[in-house]
Design a protein around this ligand. Structure first.
Ligand SMILES: [Ca+2]
Length: 184
């Protein structure tokens, strides 16, 4: 089964935050649809994180993430290894996927399986490709997240099995000679 994803970026209407920022590069601009505005972490050791809170009573079963970055001025994409995390209490975070971005300009897209709807989505950034003397500082221009539309895998398996048993029970059978022990 091929998973399908929503077409609307769900990182909207909520609140972005980050572990820290440099002046003029707030966390919110990662979800402002502006491709020239970016968040730059504080100058401290990795890992760094960027988080989006959808708001009270809101949650999506995220399964696709798109990230926009640029190499210009940093001698390498300013992020590399990232753990995508979800939470519903802003305290306990579940790792949804560990991704490694390629060292290229532009949008990169990642999909992952996930059975749970989450209010909080966090990007836990553990490394960057920066080669300009600040490899410890990720920068991110845009992030977009989309929900999985396909049924959860476990439920789908259950349905398939139930249908197979139903068919076995009710499909009329042709009785063959070998079923009665004849061989010829
Ligand atoms: Ca932006």
């Amino acid at each position: 089964m091929v998973d399908k994803y929503g077409l609307v970026d769900r990182l909207t209407g909520g609140t972005a935050s980050a572990c820290g920022t440099l002046a003029g590069t707030p966390a919110g601009v990662v979800a402002d649809d502006g491709v020239t505005t970016y968040w730059h972490s504080e100058d401290a050791a990795l890992p760094h994180w960027w988080k989006y809170d959808l708001g009270v009573g809101k949650a999506w079963r995220f399964g696709k993430l798109r990230l926009l970055g640029t190499i210009a001025g940093t001698s390498g994409l300013p992020y590399k290894d990232i753990i995508i995390q979800g939470s519903n209490d802003d305290s306990t975070f579940t790792n949804l996927s560990t991704i490694q971005c390629t060292n290229t300009n532009g949008w990169q897209e990642f999909t992952f399986s996930n059975l749970v709807a989450y209010r909080y989505l966090r990007l836990w950034i553990t490394s960057t490709y920066r080669g300009d003397g600040a490899p410890q500082c990720p920068m991110l221009y845009e992030a977009e997240a989309f929900e999985i539309l396909s049924p959860p895998t476990g439920f789908f398996i259950f349905l398939s099995e139930a249908w197979n048993r139903h068919k076995k029970l009710w499909t009329p059978k042709l009785l063959l000679p070998e079923d009665l022990g004849f061989s010829y």
